[in-house]
Design a protein around this ligand. Sequence first.
Ligand code: FE2
Length: 212
Amino acid sequence: MTRLDLLRREFLEKCIVRGGLVAGASMSSNSLLAYWQHAEAAARKPTAPEVLGPFFKKGAPNSKDMRIAGEPGMTLRVSGKIIDVRGNAVPGARVDMWHADHKGIYDVHGYRYRTKLAIDSGTAYETLTIMPGHYPDRPAQHIHYLITAPGCKPLVTQLYFATDPFFEGDPDKNFGRRGVVSNRECVRPVTLLDESAKPHAAVTFDLILERA
Ligand SMILES: [Fe+2]
């Protein structure tokens, strides 16, 4: 048993003695410690933060489909959970997403390829858009995120794509090239689907928030 375990046991025993923790009559401090450890192991890491970048714009519409009729680009479905580090729902989340068009150009005058999803209930989000293009300053395809939710710390992050030529087929090795991507876990696998007449790609990117 490690020193940390001993400290936890002492803490638990003090809690029981002081009435701060009510356990069943048959529940020993050993059982409580095991339960505690299990709960801690089940906790998730918060989604890694990334920089906001210069192209954020307030006031985007709540759109589950950012695609623009007639514009080229591979259709991309982006979805994921919105939960806290204990796996609990975080109702009332607002998810700003914005990215460049297929040529790598941001719309700074309007709201093309921008949304602010309102997730009033549930634990998931989903939107359709296109695969972003590359642009010289940040030559890895990416989607920016700003997530806020009552009772949680705001999260600014970015989603990248493991299929991006920038990673040369090996994001584990190359995610840090040129300092563009800070966190390997933000580079997500891409699944190519053919569920309809038009093939599209799908990516899951979970948004795991820390409580404030
Ligand atoms: Fe960007």
